[in-house]
Design a protein. Structure first.
Length: 138
């Protein structure tokens, strides 16, 4: 009986754990371009790591995670095939660091509009976030 109660409480806690995407925004380019960048924060309040293995959006033909690093004094960007977020941790997506590459927009974007990005998780789940489109400098 006690074992059943423990199993139930672990299951109940797992249901309460809900990673989120916060403060999501997309930088609108000054002119029409086939590529935009997305930023924000992925929060993992869970007791187990969260592993993001990909991303997609109905607003873009392709979405991927990238990271910008300075290598030998030169800024270089590389794809991030897997993003591991520690228990009770977060991943910051910001200009000049980890960010989303949003390629081939399906339609022109307007400042103030919102786009949905779905992050594919290693456990088979999906984490959905909304990103506000902002003018450069905002």
């Amino acid at each position: 009986m006690a074992l059943a109660a423990i199993a139930f409480s672990v299951t109940a806690c797992a249901r309460e754990c809900a990673p989120t995407v916060a403060d999501g925004w997309v930088r609108m380019p000054p002119m029409s371009m086939p590529m935009l960048a997305g930023f924000g924060r992925i929060e993992n309040p869970c007791t187990v790591p969260l592993v993001v293995t990909g991303a997609s959006s109905p607003s873009f033909g392709e979405v991927s995670l990238h990271e910008t690093r300075i290598v030998d004094g030169v800024s270089r960007m590389r794809a991030v095939p897997e993003l591991r977020i520690a228990p009770d941790g977060d991943a910051i997506l910001e200009p000049g660091g980890l960010h989303l590459m949003l390629m081939q927009p399906n339609a022109p974007l307007e400042a103030g509009s919102r786009v949905v990005v779905e992050f594919e998780l290693k456990d088979g789940g999906v984490l959905r976030g909304e990103f506000e489109v902002r003018k450069p400098g905002n």
